[in-house]
Design a binder for this molecule. Sequence first.
Ligand code: ADP
Ligand code: MG
Length: 270
Amino acid sequence: MFPLLEAKNLACGYQQSPVFSHVNLSLYPGQLAGLVGPSGSGKTTLIKALLGLVKPWAGEVCIQQQRLQAGQTPFKMGYVPQVETVDWNFPVTAEEVVMMGRYRKQRFFPFPSKRDRTIARELLRRVGVEHVAKRSIGELSGGQQQRVFLARALVGEPDIVLLDEPTSSSDLHIQHELLHLLAELNAQGLTILLSTHDLNSVATHLPWVICFNHGIVAQGDPMDVFTPSTLAETFGGSMVVNHDGDRIMIAGSMTSVRHQMKTNLPAVLR
Ligand code: ADP
Ligand code: MG
């Protein structure tokens, strides 16, 4: 099987400051992977480079073995940006935001067809925010905005979706619901990469994690990868890792807060 998305010896930075270098990463069709690292470690930069939104200093990104050209937004990739980085002061409704993701499919752009509207509505329902379809995007909660953006990413019928910190602005219950939804989409064949700085409530429930801190520290099944030494290298400080059957609980050695699962996750996230 060939990778859907690859970073080959990738280096990125801003002005004179490097963020990471020598990043080699392959995402295969059907993967659900988490990019895990502390704030400022370069997760957003890597995601943007994979999307062609940040120009690499060196190396290349390949999509289905084709080299991504600078500035080119690939056809079959969906992107859910970090909500904190979006300017919400533009006067569009949630439904219109979703429709924007469909412009490549619209025959009579900028006029959406009845079918375009039906598909947008169906996706808003699927991600659980149909009731806010007519509300202005700026009025919604962070979690709702994120879902609208997920619907916008899905409406273009992508092969792969990259989500930047999709769980950062919502409470545990909403986070688990979103993870459920992503697992469901993944089970239907969608390849997903999501970034998170949250170890316990997100990362330990993913089937594949990539520990990132200005470069890849380790990757694999969280049961194998989340060792005290890898976590210390990724997040700094010392970490306590508790294995409890097929669950992992991680705490800084100064804290001992244990995260308990509140909902039953599908097998893929357990
Ligand atoms: P993360 O998503 O893991 O928090 P980022 O990729 O956002 O990390 O940031 C990595 C580093 O790059 C940080 O030091 C950040 O300050 C810097 N950085 C991010 N975006 C820019 C930018 N547009 N211009 C200059 N520096 C940036
Ligand atoms: Mg970020």
